[in-house]
Design a protein around this ligand. Structure first.
Ligand code: PMV
Length: 321
């Protein structure tokens, strides 16, 4: 038997702009996915035969294991909101790669797990996926993804993907917080409305092609992310929160927010250093950076959404057994 755990993620700054080569910063959250793998007579998920349509990520991860591996059973448990933009499919893929590799007796390297999980995400999303979710889930902490990394970021690996629009490449790195940085908490608020990342990315692409001047909003997100990164690297939390707010204003200008997200964000701002939508928008989650996580979670729940409190700095994926 082998068991692995991988965390979900929240994007602090840079969503959507990262699709156009600007940097994005994501952090691993406390909640995540556990995957247990055991010897079995056939490939199963939760005691049912593995259906590649229902479980495209697992199918893809298995395809990169040594030939003749298995069959195994998968048991999966998750503390993430589902279809909420918290990176649950990335966490599932990373944990499944690590548990399977460990069971087979092969390498259980985190970078291999991140790369295999990125290919699984791409296979399940018609060939389009940035490595943000999978890298953050594997490495933990604060992860930066960009076409070229700013100087304060430690380079960890390069990712590439053959897409119908040609080869896409990214650099993936991490930022270490200074000692005694005393980070605030994160609170995520799930609207309950799932949102499709591909649809929102396509909406932004349409907006830019019919109004090319709107690309300036994405360029602004890129600039805000660079400023936010400098603040993060020196643990200037008020400036991190201000960059989050500024990032949200640009995302809202791109029509990625919704009235419900706006209501949640406005309700928590008085108790937060910063609050914004996180991920693709159009539903999904908002997030707040705060020293008063209980109050912020109460405000989110009072307004009819689901709240989740997380510490700011969390471990990446790990093998448990
Ligand atoms: O899937 P989500 O909700 O975490 O959003 C992904 C972030 C985007 O920048 C919108 C898309 C991408 O591939 O980076």
């Amino acid at each position: 038997m082998a068991k692995a755990r991988a965390p979900g993620k929240a994007i602090l700054f840079g969503e959507h702009a990262v699709v156009y080569g600007h940097p994005a910063v994501a952090v691993a959250i406390e909640a995540g996915v556990n995957v247990t793998v055991m010897d079995n007579k056939e490939w199963t998920v939760e005691d049912r035969p593995l259906d590649p349509i229902r479980h495209p990520h697992l199918k893809s991860i298995i395809s990169r294991m040594p030939q003749g591996s298995g069959p195994y059973s998968f048991q999966i448990s998750s503390t993430l909101f589902s279809a909420a933009g918290q990176g649950s499919s990335a966490a599932l893929s990373v944990a499944a790669h690590l548990a399977l590799s460990n069971q087979i007796g092969g390498s259980s390297n985190l970078i291999d797990a991140a790369k295999s999980a990125h290919l699984a995400e791409a296979a399940a999303q018609s060939g389009r996926a940035s490595p943000t979710d999978t890298a953050t889930s594997a490495l933990g902490g604060c992860v930066v993804v960009s076409s070229s990394l700013p100087p304060m970021v430690k380079h960890v690996f390069g990712a590439e993907l053959e897409t119908s629009e040609g080869l896409r490449t990214w650099d993936v790195g991490t930022i270490d917080l200074p000692d005694n940085s005393n980070p605030p908490s994160l609170v995520l608020g799930f609207t309950g409305n799932p949102s499709k990342t591909g649809k929102m990315v396509a909406m932004v692409a349409d907006l830019i092609s019919s109004n090319p001047e709107r690309k300036s909003d994405l360029d602004s997100i890129g600039d805000i992310t660079t400023v936010g990164l400098i603040a993060l690297a020196s643990a200037e939390w008020e400036a991190v929160g201000m960059a989050m707010n500024a990032c949200h204003d640009r995302l809202e200008a791109l029509s990625l927010s919704t009235p419900f997200l706006e209501k949640l964000i406005a309700s928590v701002r008085p108790y937060s250093l910063g609050a914004k939508l996180t991920g693709a928008g159009g539903g999904g989650c908002m997030m707040a950076l705060t020293r008063d996580p209980k109050r912020v979670a109460q405000m989110i729940e009072l307004h009819g959404a689901k709240a989740m409190i997380s510490s700011f700095h969390n471990e990446g994926a790990q093998i448990l057994v």
